[in-house]
Structures are given as C-alpha cells and as structure tokens.
Design a protein. Structure first.
Length: 67
C-alpha cells in the first residue's frame, strides 16, 4: 500500500456505520468507567458505615464503661 493510498484512506469521510461503531465503543467505555466509579462509591459507603459503627461503639463504651 502506498503512502498516498494510506493518506487518502485516513482523510476520507467516515460512513454512518463507522460513526455508529465509534460511538458504540465510546458508550461502552463510558459505561465501564461509570460502573467502576459506582463500585468505588459503594465501597466507600461500606467503609464509612463500618467506621461509624466502630466509632459509635467506642463512644458508648467510653460514656458508660462497665466495671
């Protein structure tokens, strides 16, 4: 394949199918990124839920120590 042919192929207009395929790939990547962000947020919520429970338990022990 000549250099001129390669340049012509890169400069040609994309077909509607090629544009749709590119958009589909972008949408799938965006979905994966959003799912990763959701997983991170859910883990962060779980972490803070456990942390709150631990801190409340500690504070209740300190306020009413059993002897």
């Amino acid at each position: 394949m000549s250099l001129l042919t390669t340049i012509k192929q890169q400069l040609r207009s994309l077909t509607p199918q090629e544009i749709a395929m590119a958009e589909l790939v972008q949408a799938e990547l965006a979905k994966l990124e959003a799912e990763s962000a959701r997983e991170y947020a859910e883990a962060h919520v779980r972490y803070n839920t456990v942390r709150i429970a631990r801190l409340r338990a500690y504070l209740s022990e300190v306020a009413c120590p059993t002897l």
